[in-house]
Write a new protein. Structure first.
Length: 242
């Protein structure tokens, strides 16, 4: 196991490029990604599952929070042979890296996730890493700062470690941190035909929120309907790039 400290921006110097981040989530018609108990949101169709797998297959790594992992107990690996062949054609390993973000590092080692044939990394604090330092569950452990998370620094560290395309699968608090730090490039949202409700049920974008005048704008790239689901693909709208 290799322990890696996230560098400071000064140590990284000039940014060579940036990690392309894509949020991929399914939500209910009233904008919930789970219920108030934060149970696994298994309400989307087989078409949405195939869509999710396709987006995962494009990524060098997949990032999601420990809460999402606790709810599902597993990650979604690339299983379709044609998607695996596409990765091999681009000289990529069969499976993208699965990166778990957990400040506490409190993850049940008995989860089926740890038996899946995927590369696993952990983003945690130095305190959170202690339970994992002498185990082989994670190939790399990257330290989060003890206070506010500077995702620009973390993404640059991931870039230097070979990750150029990152799929972000939630939860809403993690997505909110990335949005508020202006680090989301694309969003894929599947709207599913049910109403969940609940004031405490998580949404694709939680956290403290932003005033309307500071809310990031999105450009709709594609909208399509399959059965009773609507698949939306947005790109972050950056006026200076026009």
């Amino acid at each position: 196991m290799i322990l890696c400290m996230t560098n400071t921006l000064g140590e990284l110097g000039e940014s060579l490029s940036h990690v392309h981040t894509t949020v991929v989530l399914a939500m209910s018609a009233d904008g919930k990604i789970s219920d108030s108990d934060r149970t696994a949101a298994r309400f989307s169709s087989s078409q949405d599952l195939a869509h999710l797998e396709t987006e995962i297959a494009k990524a060098d790594a997949v990032l999601f929070g420990a809460g999402t992992l606790r709810a599902y107990g597993t990650c979604l690996p690339v299983r379709q042979p044609d998607l695996i062949r596409q990765r091999q054609t681009h000289q990529k390993p069969d499976q993208p890296i699965q990166i778990i973000c957990s400040r506490s590092g409190e993850i049940n080692p008995a989860l089926r996730f740890f038996k899946q044939a995927v590369p696993r990394w952990l983003l945690t604090t130095q305190q959170g890493a202690k339970a994992w330092e002498h185990q082989d569950a994670f190939e790399h452990i990257l330290y989060l700062p003890p206070s506010a998370t500077n995702w620009a620094v973390i993404l640059q560290t991931l870039l230097l470690m070979g990750i150029q395309n990152l799929a972000v699968l939630g939860g809403g608090t993690l997505v909110a941190e990335l949005v508020q730090q202006n680090l989301i490039d694309e969003v894929h949202l599947t709207i599913c035909p049910l109403l969940i409700g609940g004031q405490t049920a998580p949404t694709p974008y939680d956290g403290t929120g932003l005033p309307i005048n500071l809310a990031p704008r999105l450009q709709l790239i594609q909208a399509k309907t399959i059965g009773n689901e609507v698949f939306l693909h947005y790109r972050r709208y950056r006026p200076h790039e026009d």
